[in-house]
Design a protein around this ligand. Structure first.
Ligand code: HEG
Length: 147
């Protein structure tokens, strides 16, 4: 089981408490759709995603980015049990949505970059270490029900 020090818990909860979900969620998902265009195939119901400009103004993509961040909230509130917390979401992504689990890491990286850009100098290497650990556990939990 993953162990979290008091310092790690503090840094992660500080990042989230300062996070503007409505800003960071859309930015992170848009970045993922632009930088890794094969991820677009899962969002055929979202309308036009054919160009970066279209992605930037796609409201459904923005709304989904916010939804994903709220999904991360659940990991934050259940840090000692992330695997079980995401069991159902993992099954959904695997069996219903057929999302390649490699894509979780790509979105996680886009999220790190988006948050780093927003936090600027406050996003130190030490902060990144802790945040990446958190996202690693999330990505691993989301991939757990794949077989
Ligand atoms: Mg997923 C739905 C969270 C990565 C594609 N995703 C969802 C939902 C949540 C979520 C909370 C709503 C579930 C529900 O309605 O019950 N997603 C989530 C997280 C992460 C992630 C936390 C990774 C950090 N998702 C992800 C990736 C893709 C993807 C990488 C595809 C490249 N998610 C996806 C799709 C849906 C969800 C297609 C359904 C969207 C819809 O139909 O509205």
């Amino acid at each position: 089981m993953v162990k979290w020090s008091d310092e790690e818990r503090k840094v992660i909860s500080t990042i989230f408490s300062n996070l503007d979900y409505d800003d960071i969620g859309p930015k992170a998902l848009r970045r993922c759709l632009i930088v890794y265009p094969w991820t677009q195939r899962h969002f055929s119901t979202f309308g036009d995603l054919t160009t970066p400009a279209a992605i930037m103004k796609n409201e459904k993509a923005a709304a989904h980015g916010i939804k994903v961040l709220h999904g991360l909230d659940r990991a934050l509130k259940n840090m000692d049990n992330i695997k079980a917390t995401y069991a159902e979401l993992s099954i959904l992504h695997s069996e219903k949505l057929h999302v390649d689990p490699d894509n979780f890491k790509l979105l996680a990286d886009c999220l790190t970059i988006t948050i780093a850009a927003k936090m600027g100098d406050c996003f130190t290497a030490a902060t990144q270490v802790i945040f990446q650990k958190f996202l690693c556990v999330v990505v691993s939990a989301l991939g757990k029900q794949y077989h």
